[in-house]
Design a binder for this molecule. Structure first.
Ligand code: PFF
Length: 473
């Protein structure tokens, strides 16, 4: 059964593929700006603490669910505890939706590689960018190129496609990143950018900033949507889960920090202001590259690295959905990949047109199509998926069985098992409830009461567990 589903060829291959899923646009265009704006080094410390406390814990939880359940995200939850498949289902839906808009941005990257290969930007980058993204068919074609490229890799299977591609793209990405960092930090006045990025200002750390950091940890580590469950389901029984769960957040964080050092010093060196999101990559940086000697070469290197980061993420987004179709509907991988990709290609149209003809069509709860899908995933599906994941690992999954899975039946030492469970059970649930309640618009003054009530329920459930004789293990 597991061979039919596919297996990773090696632990390194798995770590690179999972790190590839994690490392993406979230690291490159969101992290540097978030850090710079929200207290620099102070934000980085908050972010790192959350990665250690929550990122690592939930990464381990998801990988364990996948390896134990040996199925797609829906099937894995269900195989461990009947009736919990819906949590995996939410994750699969979340990946499907994220894929449909992520690929739009990834398409723009392809366009910009072509731009820098053909001599770079003449004229105003703002005009160039806004004309391109609103031009109807052209950006759609670029996105479809990404859908096809992603599908061609996923078609080839777990070790022959995803793992092979990650083994090429991830090291290349890393080397290209170092090239850009060296170029950036050696520019005149680079220090201003480094200071903006890393100089700690603890006065800027507010509860809102902590919530933003928490959301970033989730998105950046691809948690709460079944990606690591799916990748975990292809793991062999010998793989040391704790070690892998540790490596992936470390790699993801290293790339996020390098991204800050690659982007911000260059932006400041040319006297520009950093922004978040598309503006940073598609407007500010092209300005930087056109002002820099050999800027087109650095432009190509930079956009190829962004492309690899995006592609290894789109691969995992597609894989989550494909594995569901393969496992639940017994369709073969090729057919499943083509089917899901065709559906995505259809969704690309309204997503891409949200920057053009449909920009003002704000009929989705007052938002256009693209913004609505982003809202749905970031504010509802992701935090809800994360919260239910904590509930599942902390309270639902039989502790003995969970411990066996995480320690390879006692072969691997994991002394902090109890601490891990307590962390997920209490802190994880509290933090994720906080994001979810805030995201659905609960007023600040009610948050304390809501969290207090949830805490009381947690304690009660803990007591009931103790009564049933469930040991903390
Ligand atoms: N972690 C990716 C990023 O930082 O851009 C986004 C992502 C990829 C989320 C894959 C979820 C996922 F399954």
């Amino acid at each position: 059964m597991s061979n039919e589903r596919g297996n990773w060829g090696s632990s390194v291959g798995f770590v690179l593929a999972a790190a590839g899923s994690a490392i993406g646009l979230g690291n490159l265009w969101k992290f540097p700006y978030l850090a710079g704006k929200n207290g620099g080094g102070a934000f980085v410390i908050v972010y790192l603490s959350l990665v250690v406390i929550l990122g690592f814990s939930l990464m381990l939880g998801e990988m364990a669910i996948g390896r134990r359940g040996k199925s797609d995200a829906y099937g894995s939850y269900n195989n461990i505890k009947k009736g919990w498949g819906f949590v995996g289902m939410m994750g699969i839906l979340c990946c499907f939706v994220i894929y449909s808009y992520y690929v739009v941005i990834a398409g723009w990257i392809v366009k910009y590689i072509g731009l820098f290969l053909s001599g770079g930007l003449n004229g105003d980058p703002v005009d160039y960018f806004s004309t391109f993204i609103s031009s109807g068919t052209t950006p759609i074609v670029y996105s479809i190129i990404m859908v096809v490229a992603t599908a061609l890799i996923v078609l080839k299977g777990v070790s022959g496609g995803i793992e092979k591609a990650s083994k090429i793209m991830m090291p290349t990405l890393f080397i290209f990143m170092l090239v850009i960092v060296v170029r950036s930090v050696t520019l005149p006045n680079a220090m201003d950018g480094i200071k903006y990025f890393l100089k700690p200002d603890f006065s800027l750390i507010t509860p809102k900033v902590i919530i933003a950091a928490l959301g970033q940890v989730f998105f950046s580590l691809s948690l709460g949507m079944g990606a690591m469950i799916t990748y975990g389901s292809y793991l062999s029984p010998e793989t040391k889960l704790v070690k892998s769960a540790f490596c992936i957040p470390v790699l993801d964080t290293i790339i996020a920090l390098l991204a800050g050092l690659a982007i911000l010093p260059a932006v400041f060196s040319f006297g520009l202001e950093p922004t978040a999101g598309p503006g940073l990559i598609f407007i500010t940086l092209p300005k930087v590259f056109s002002a820099m000697p050999f800027g087109n070469v650095f432009g190509v290197i930079f956009f190829v690295l962004v492309l690899f980061a995006a592609l290894t993420s789109t691969i995992s987004l597609l894989e989550v959905v494909v594995s569901f179709v393969v496992d639940q509907f017994k369709l073969d991988r090729k057919k499943a990949t083509v089917l899901v990709s065709a559906l995505i290609a259809l969704l690309v149209i309204p997503n891409s047109n949200s920057f053009g003809s449909m920009a003002e069509l704000k009929v989705f709860f007052g938002m256009n199509f693209f913004d609505f899908l982003c809202y749905l995933t970031d504010n509802i599906l992701l935090p809800a998926g994360g919260l239910l994941l904590c509930v599942f690992v902390g309270f639902v999954w039989d502790k003995e069985d969970l411990k066996n899975e995480v320690t390879n039946h006692g072969e691997v030492k994991f002394e902090m098992f109890s601490l891990w469970i307590v962390g997920v059970k209490y802190l994880g649930i509290q933090l994720l409830s906080l994001i979810l309640l805030q995201a659905v618009g609960v007023q600040d003054e009610f948050l304390v009461y809501a969290l207090g009530t949830i805490f009381a329920v947690q304690i009660l459930c803990g007591r009931l567990e103790a009564k049933r004789g469930v040991k903390a293990v």
